[in-house]
Design a protein. Sequence first.
Length: 275
Amino acid sequence: MILVTGSTGNVGRNIVRELLAAGEQVRALTRNPAGSGLPAEVEVVEGDFTRPETLAAALDGVRRAFLFPLFGELESFLGHARRSGLERLVLLSSSAATFATPGWIGEAHLRNEAEVSASGIDATFVRPSLFMANDLAWADQISAVGVVRGPYAKARMAPVDERDVAAVAAAALTSAGLLGHVSFTGPQALNQVERVRTIAEAHGVTVGFEEIPRSEAHAHLAEHMPPPAADFLLDQLKEAAEGKGEPVSTAEPVIGRPAHTYASWVQHRIADFRR
């Protein structure tokens, strides 16, 4: 039995699909089982990292688990995991953990990795670059005004499809030898203008990109995340605009197929842009 936490999110839902396709028994942890929308063959259980009393039952009989990276909330889960005899953990981390200056986000993921390592459970840390799914935040601007406003228009980055992140995690859960760290990006380095153009072409509309000052972008981001996290994200965009972005390194050797391109991801999620 494999437990998937964060099972209704962009990555978790795809991990469930990958594991079922591989013939694995899957248990999914979610706060709202009735609204999970997961396949009938999945054992869906109610649970929450912030409610430790729900975790023992969720881990009963489980030997492998995917761990969603809730910052500061892993202690109870790991304690129950040790007591239940869990044999393998796959933690979703971030490529920021590999940076010379990890910043707020990278340091938070490194703390998670250290906590999992200290548990003594065999573990794999999946470290993708930024997600293509982050660009769904542009959907309202595209539909409402036909212009995406953001900082550092020329920031060239290689975002990764959540389906590829899930495929790496599923490989780590089902392969006896895939331990340690797996870092990867998407297959193409594209700037923000190019990504908006790709969405517009698939959507059949005209969409522009308006560059805004860093201060305005920071004020918006800080409404949704701690200010140091906003600083880190903007620093990464600035470096990418200066040609210092991550080198492209895909997950193909792990997943055994080509990584999804940005255009293929847009087609996969086009309904979400049209809502």
